[in-house]
Design a protein around this ligand. Sequence first.
Ligand SMILES: [Zn+2]
Length: 349
Amino acid sequence: MKAIVFERNGGCEVLRYTETPTPKAGPNDVVIQVKASACNFNDIWARRGLPGMKIILPHISGSDASGVVVETGSEVRNVRVGDEVVVHCGISCRECDYCTRGEEFFCPQFKIWGFQTGPLDGAHGDYCRVPAVNVLPKPRNLSHVEAATMPLVLVTVWRMLVTRARIQAGDFVLIWGAAGGLGVMAIQVAKLYNARPIAVASSDDKLELCSQLGAEFVLHRKKHDVFQEVRKITNGRRADIVFEHTGSDTWPLSMQCLKWGGTIVTCGATSGFDAHMDIRLLWNKQQNYLGSHLGNKGELMDAMRFVERGLIKPVVGKVLPLREIAHAQELMETNTIAGKIAMIPPAAA
Ligand SMILES: [Zn+2]
């Protein structure tokens, strides 16, 4: 099969579009013919290499796929050949005390598929192999392209806002990078809960998209004084929840924009890991700084119900043939695309 493989860390030049063995299902696995995969920032972290994290080489990235089951292992009962499925990318043992409590991300064997797994083994190829427990039915109202772009960002946002930050009706939710893959989901989940999204993005086109998705307020990151605008919008109270994933660039402002007793919830730091923090805010203003990482399969299934009803919609910014993945990663690194980028492998083209 054809896949995107890299054998050393580096820039986009290490990505090779090449022939590689088609995966075989183990007893508890399924093999999926990938109809579409989606790009995530994980792909870029894996390619660049992360200090303190081992990327298994040679590596096929890709933590989101939608496709058709073509092989099932001898022990598989929950899916059949021919089923249309999407993948939940949290791989864990499913037996330990964390897994059985629904806290699979604390499992000692937890790995994000297509990021920490390998060698090879990710979504960006004609076929992929995953444990059968990690597949869900593809929502029938979505195309494979649309479906491929949903699971990772949707489960991440659902856990951040619903499980961790306990979003409530009426909450002002400040959303950084609101036109990106995570942001477009955050706006829609906030609206679903009758909260009030304040979307921050970096161009007028992106702000228009945020408005269409239901953002009640939109702020241009370069033209607006975000802190002053948030104060005005909230009548001086500031945001109930700040949706963080950018890190160093926005963290000081996130703290400034947060109300007394409010919650910052973060799942990443694409602009850098180091941030200054005034500990006085933590105790004096009784603020909550929460970390969140992916989500469990149950959270993804909860969120998918609203996708099936059309209340949460995928936002596909670009569709490219798989061989053009370097271009896709450049678009992500330069923040020039709104929504998600889907890749079509050659066998599905
Ligand atoms: Zn476990």
